[in-house]
Ligand binder design. Structure first.
Ligand code: FAD
Length: 288
């Protein structure tokens, strides 16, 4: 069993991983092999000490070089569930399961808005994990909202199971399969009382609502709502509540970066990643 699992590879995750290494913790680190797509978006960064007027691309590149120098590895898998098992945690990435005594959540915030009804129907026809739930939709009709080209492998996996896939993308795609119908419109609502039964988007030009009846919806994006990931995590307006050691409401779980609240800034993310590891080491030593 590992001491720690870090989830997220933006500045908060990078800082946590660098500090965990310095603290000799035995840990696994999950995230995006490209670290943080969000960091790369910054046109110019003027407020990070030590770096003068770098672009987001340059900053992400510097992070990657540092990780290489420190021989750290990001496991490029999306974590879709964390379960507390008494004194430790089981963490799943699709069908792969990992165990650790503590967790640092550094998963960022979801950019843009959730669809209306999405949070309420999470786990009730709305899924964030193709590998975990895909098989429930054999020969069924599903919608897939894919927000990153990197997840297209999962779209194909789902299209090989389902009868029909209504694929909603916000980027250019070359994906082609006879049962995939591609939509560029942005769906804004999930229909359903106790189970998702439809997805709604506005038709371009007329701006009229179009309802697509479906058996299930998969949402594939860079981040998952933290309390979908871990049941019982206390949140405040979409942010994880933490104390001064970055401890969350779930014993053994720490959080850092944008996921704990504003300001959404690199310096805050990096500082919190560092403090979270301090919290983890105190907890492992039985001092908290
Ligand atoms: P993120 O950078 O969002 O990283 C989270 C990472 O975790 C992502 O790679 C994601 O894929 C991964 N992840 C999430 N969930 C999971 C999961 N379940 N399993 C595995 N991996 C997961 N800040 C400044 O200080 N100065 C600026 O000039 C500035 N400019 C900006 C410009 C733009 C256009 C944007 C969008 C942001 C800017 N920011 C700036 C804000 C800054 O980018 C964020 O505050 C910072 O990236 C937050 O870091 P983070 O580590 O908390 O999260």
């Amino acid at each position: 069993m590992k001491d720690l699992i870090i989830i997220g590879s933006g500045p908060a995750g990078v800082s946590a991983a660098l500090t965990a290494k310095r603290r000799n913790l035995d840990f696994l680190w999950f995230g995006n092999k490209n670290l943080s797509p969000k960091v790369e978006l910054a046109h110019r960064i003027d407020n990070y000490p030590g770096l003068t007027r770098v672009t987001g691309l340059e900053m992400n590149h510097i992070f990657k070089e540092q990780i290489k120098t420190e021989k750290l590895e990001v496991i490029g898998k999306m974590i879709n569930q964390i379960m507390k098992m008494g004194d430790h945690f089981m963490v799943s990435a699709g069908s792969d399961v990992y165990e650790a005594k503590t967790i640092v959540l550094a998963s960022g915030v979801i950019m843009g808005k959730f669809m209306d009804g999405e949070k309420e129907l999470a786990g009730k026809g709305v899924s964030y994990c193709a590998t975990c739930d895909g098989m429930f939709y054999r020969e069924k009709e599903i919608a897939v909202v894919c927000e990153n080209k990197e997840f297209e492998e999962e779209v194909l996996f789902l299209a090989n199971i389902a009868k029909k896939v209504y694929l909603f993308v916000n980027y250019e795609t070359t994906l082609q399969k006879e049962n995939i119908e591609i939509h560029k419109e942005k769906p804004y609502k999930v229909e359903g009382e106790n189970k998702a039964t439809g997805i709604v988007y506005k038709e371009k030009g007329t701006n009229e609502d179009v309802l697509v009846d479906i058996d299930g919806i998969f949402v594939l994006r860079d981040s998952i709502n933290p309390n979908t990931l871990l049941k019982g995590l206390e949140m405040d307006e979409g942010h994880i509540i933490v104390d001064r050691t970055q401890a969350t409401s779930v014993e053994g779980v720490y959080a850092a970066g944008d996921c704990t609240g504003r300001p959404y800034q690199y310096a805050k993310a990096v500082g919190e990643g560092n403090v979270a590891i301090y919290g983890v080491t105190q907890y492992l030593a039985g001092l908290e």
